[in-house]
Design a binder for this molecule. Structure first.
Ligand SMILES: N[C@@H](CCC(=O)N[C@@H](CS)C(=O)NCC(=O)O)C(=O)O
Length: 206
């Protein structure tokens, strides 16, 4: 066992953390948990009381939440170059949190056809409306290679995967800025390795 252990399921948001682990380039072990059984067993609830994946254990530290795993790994292994210098992190933090909060919630709610476009609802939901979220993201990504300009960072893992899933599975309309960004990220060797690993686990029933 290495001192980095990723608890995940190949058919889950754990694919975000998996991709980040492959970008970080550190050796790590994978523990696959099953929905409803090992994910809710006392051994795992001691790691993540939410009973959800992913979770990362690094020695005696536990990190849950994909965005936190992305930020933690980028800081813990600076040699991987996944985070800009602290004073250059305005866009990095902004869009990492935007992906974890407004974008994720807007996409999830849209997938169950929850419409917040009535102004009395929009002002109560942290993301407002799906349309506002998509227009905001479109305006930011238009003409931009990565969240932090021309350099890839951990924020792209979080934002890129949410966007990719939103378009692939949750009916998020593709726009030129979204498809160009998602395609740029999907060609990364670490993304391809991560996908292969999780696809193989999924095919094996894991
Ligand atoms: N906010 C969490 C979401 C994690 C999450 O929702 N995981 C789902 C799989 S996609 C899960 O473990 N569901 C199992 C359950 O709730 O029983 C993150 O980003 O890490």
């Amino acid at each position: 066992m290495t001192d980095l252990v990723l608890y995940t399921n190949p058919m889950s948001r754990g694919r975000i953390a998996r991709w980040l682990m492959e970008e970080a380039g550190q050796p790590y072990d994978t523990v696959v948990l099953d929905y409803g059984t090992t994910m809710k067993a006392p051994e795992y609830l001691a790691i993540n009381p939410m009973g959800k994946v992913p979770a990362l254990v690094h020695g005696d530290r536990v990190v849950t939440e994909n965005a936190a795993i992305c930020a933690y790994m980028a800081d813990a292994f600076p040699g991987a170059g996944l985070a800009p210098d602290p004073m250059d992190r305005a866009d990095y933090y902004r869009w990492l949190f935007f992906a974890a909060g407004p974008l994720e919630q807007a996409v999830t709610n849209a997938s169950v056809e929850l419409d917040t476009s009535d102004p009395s609802l929009a002002r109560r939901f942290g993301y407002g409306t799906l349309g506002t979220v998509l227009d905001t993201l479109d305006g930011f990504l238009d003409g931009r290679a990565y969240v932090c300009g021309d350099r890839f960072s951990a924020a792209d893992v979080m934002l890129g995967m949410q966007l990719h899933w939103g378009m692939a599975f949750h009916g998020i309309p593709s726009r030129p800025s979204f498809t160009a960004y998602a395609a740029r990220l999907a060609s990364r060797p670490a993304f391809l390795r991560a996908s292969e690993l999780d696809d193989a686990l999924a095919a094996a029933g894991g």
